[in-house]
Design a protein around this ligand. Structure first.
Ligand code: PLP
Length: 409
């Protein structure tokens, strides 16, 4: 089946009825009466994730106590769960490790990447997610390396010219613009440069093939489209042919070849585990492992096709509402969310939330609608856009209650 753009609510209903991914909705434990357009920020709970959490905490931890590190194979979880993600990003088994946060992994990978690059210059574009910028700038200061912050879209020219290390998002967190990974790798490598990919907004929603694209290093979060849960740990990917040449700047005991020999000096594991630092968060890992079950047997190409159609539906229906689209209108260039600006974006989002449509806001005025394909229906998106139109037509956002800002927006 193909996903087409529905031009009526009835057409949206028909698409939902024949949706080949429709069964995935049943995996999710969603609250009634809500349209959840924030799966690009925090994916919702699945039954399998909650069951796995209960099993790890209520059974293994409670009954087996410390023995569960062996009996429940807790020690291996960062690699076994990493293998589940490997399939989703086009990597091989043994090339993905669950560890730390994206922020820490960017630090570790960018530091390691310097030994592969022609020069030690560290590069980031100024519209990257803030943590990517902060981490790379701090690493450069600590390492005494040149740091270059360039205009959006200039990272590739700079890495080609300098042969340094560029941190680049596969899908931009604000606009959802997609980067061509294979083309970027070709250009960077031609100049002796290295790219560390941030796959946070790409994994689980667009088809990635890290091996075929020639990508060498990447990290990404698991709490967005992978639905791993709040604070779920990140993953990192290293092309296997490079692992033995790379060292982590944070050599903790969990990355040691023999962590339980308690040796005074560091000897890195001979596989991707050398990029682990401390004890992994087992309860979160267990939940993530359960969450990933929804992807079993699912073709990510189909997930991406549905994300494109849902995004097109949002863009089409928002036309004439007075919002400015800041995501690519060409679905082939767009990831899993669609962004708009409105001078009162925060208030508009609050008014939507008040009607049960959860969207998110990024300062200063970006409204983001995440169209996570595994649980969202075309009719839900259709109806949510009706709510948005009503709010904008009647200035329903203009209410003092909607101006009150929470800590997390
Ligand atoms: C593109 C991108 N990179 C990095 C991060 C931060 O990840 P973490 O909090 O795991 O360090 C986020 C968080 O949303 C993100 O969207």
């Amino acid at each position: 089946m193909s996903y087409t753009l529905p031009d009526s609510r009835h057409a949206a209903e028909t698409l939902d009825e024949h949706d080949i991914l429709g069964h995935a909705h049943d995996f999710f434990d969603l609250p009634n009466g809500k349209v959840y357009l924030v799966g690009h920020s925090l994916g919702p709970a699945t039954h399998n994730a909650l069951d796995a959490l209960e099993m790890a905490g209520g059974r293994s931890w409670r009954n087996e106590l410390v023995k569960a590190w062996n009996s429940a194979s807790w020690f291996d979880l960062p690699q076994t769960v990493g293998n589940k993600i490997a399939r989703l990003i086009g990597a091989n088994e043994g090339e993905v490790l669950i560890a730390d946060s994206v922020s820490l992994n960017l630090y570790k990978l960018a530091s390691a990447a310097r030994t592969l690059a022609r020069t030690s210059t560290l590069i980031v574009e100024e519209d990257e997610f803030p943590t990517d910028q902060y981490i790379i700038e701090a690493l450069a200061a600590l390492a005494g390396a040149d740091f270059v912050r360039v205009a959006p879209g200039e990272g590739l020219n700079t890495v080609e010219a300098t042969g340094g290390v560029l941190v680049l998002s596969a899908v931009n967190y604000r606009s959802a613009e997609i980067r061509d990974i294979a083309d970027a790798e070709r250009r960077a490598q031609a100049g002796g440069g290295v790219i560390v990919w941030d796959l946070s907004h790409a994994t689980g929603v667009i088809a990635l093939d890290m091996k075929a694209s020639g990508a060498r290093l990447a990290t990404g979060c698991t709490y967005k489209y992978l639905n791993g849960g709040p604070g779920a740990p990140a993953f990192l990917y290293i092309d296997q042919s490079l692992t033995a040449r790379l060292s982590t700047p944070l050599p903790g005991w969990m990355g040691h070849a023999r962590p339980f020999a308690f040796e005074p000096s560091y000897d890195p594991a001979n596989n991707i585990r050398r990029f682990a630092s401390g004890t992994p968060p087992i309860l979160s890992l267990a939940a993530l492992s359960g969450a990933l079950e929804v992807f079993e047997g699912i073709d990510i190409g189909l997930v991406q096709a549905k994300a494109r159609a849902l995004g097109d539906l949002v863009i089409e229906r928002v036309k004439g509402m007075g919002l400015e689209v800041t995501s690519p209108e060409d679905a082939a260039c767009r990831g899993g969310h669609v962004s708009f600006t409105h001078p009162h974006g925060y208030e508009v989002v609050q008014a939507l939330i008040n009607r049960g449509v959860l969207a998110d806001f990024r300062a200063p005025e970006t409204i983001r609608f995440g169209v996570s394909p595994l649980y969202l229906r075309f009719t839900e998106v259709w109806d949510a856009m009706d709510d948005l139109k009503d709010i904008l037509d009647h200035d329903a956002w203009d209410d003092p209650a909607y101006r009150q800002r929470d800590t997390v927006t």
